[in-house]
Design a protein around this ligand. Structure first.
Ligand code: MG
Length: 360
């Protein structure tokens, strides 16, 4: 009997911990079949779908990030009010302005967003109607004019950039409204920062399934496969400025996190108060004392010195991770048990280098 109980417990535990995010757990089947004791699902008005001409209505439990009127739910990279163009029911990326970030932060979510690349076609490949929808500001579903426009498959519209091409190319013509319906489950990390579960994502492009619950290999980036690093469980959604005037409309999110109230009241910004002064200093490669990196703070921003002949501005993605998008560079700050900065890891061009902080 004892042995049978042990076997059951082992099986139960294995099952409880092996459930992928977003699937039912063992406890959901603890009711008798057809039991009316089981909690009834909340009633949600599903809204209306969009037509090509007109945006639809979001479901009643969605958090609306853009309803056609203003950019009040969006910020620039520096936390200022977003300043893309607001047109008649749409927003349009303005070359030279910042990528924009949702004021609210999200983890697991269902995201609906519509986009249109310029009707007047200019450029080719990656230069034609390029933008991007970033879950957590880190995981890009590519936006691109992929209608009779060839580029590398893992960079075309609806690709998880640099990782997975879409199953099919369901693109509409330039200038025509297109939809993404995205179901995203954030990665889970252990308290010590190891990946317990990678992020998963499902994407429907114009209603066509193009990404079927695929596992992301880490944050997406141009020419660089990044490893996961432990980040916050809620981060802003961002829309990429790739210097093309791509339009967006009808943007809404359904929060799939259990603790919805916390997600609703969270206003974490991409640059949420990391103590960058504590990160400034000299860092040394333990295998090569001549290989050093200096981090400095200038006008409230963290910079890298001595990696090249110029300073490189670092943009925070979480409390401990920084990107320099132009340089395809990621830096993760390491801290010791007392929370003091002890070193950093540099990811660039597919390579990782580790540095220890030099005590001064
Ligand atoms: Mg892009």
């Amino acid at each position: 009997m004892k042995q049978a109980l042990m076997v059951f417990l082992v099986m139960f535990t294995a099952q409880a911990f092996s459930q992928p995010c977003g699937t039912k757990s063992f406890n959901d089947y603890a009711y008798d079949i057809h039991s009316t004791d089981r909690p009834y699902p909340e009633v949600v008005d599903p809204g209306t779908p969009s037509s090509l001409d007109e945006a639809g209505q979001p479901p009643s439990d969605a958090i609306v990030l853009f309803d056609g009127s203003d950019l009040s739910q969006w910020l620039t990279r520096d936390g200022e009010p977003a300043d893309w163009k607001v047109g008649n029911g749409y927003i349009e990326c303005v070359p030279g302005k910042s990528t924009i970030y949702s004021k609210q932060s999200f983890g697991d979510c269902q995201l609906h967003i519509e986009w249109a690349t310029p009707a007047q076609v200019e450029g080719e490949g990656q230069g034609r109607g390029n933008s991007g929808v970033y879950l957590m500001g880190l995981y890009e579903v590519q936006v691109l004019d992929s209608y009779q426009n060839t580029t590398y498959p893992d960079g075309q519209a609806a690709a998880l950039y640099g990782q997975y091409p879409p199953e099919v190319n369901a693109s509409r013509q330039p200038g025509v409204w297109q939809t993404y319906d995205i179901i995203f489950h954030r990665p889970r990390f252990s308290p010590t920062g190891e990946v317990i579960k990678p992020a998963t994502i499902t994407v429907l492009h114009n209603g066509v399934l193009v990404q079927d619950h695929v596992q992301l290999t880490g944050p997406t980036m141009n020419r660089l496969r990044l490893d996961y690093y432990a980040h916050d469980s809620r981060l802003p959604i961002s829309l990429q400025n790739h210097r093309n005037p791509v339009r967006f409309r009808n943007i809404w999110v359904r929060d799939l996190e259990k603790d919805k109230e916390q997600a609703r009241t969270s206003t974490v910004r991409p640059d949420a108060s990391p103590d960058i002064a504590a990160m400034a200093g000299t860092f040394q490669n333990p295998d090569n004392p001549n290989d050093r990196i200096v981090l400095a703070v200038k006008e409230g921003q963290l910079f890298v010195r001595e990696m090249t002949s110029r300073d490189i501005a670092l943009h925070p993605q979480s409390g401990s991770s920084f990107y320099a998008f132009e340089d395809q560079l990621q830096i993760n700050i390491r801290t010791n048990r007392e929370g003091k900065v002890s070193g950093l890891r540099v990811f660039q061009r597919g390579k990782m280098h580790s540095y220890d902080k030099v005590e001064q």
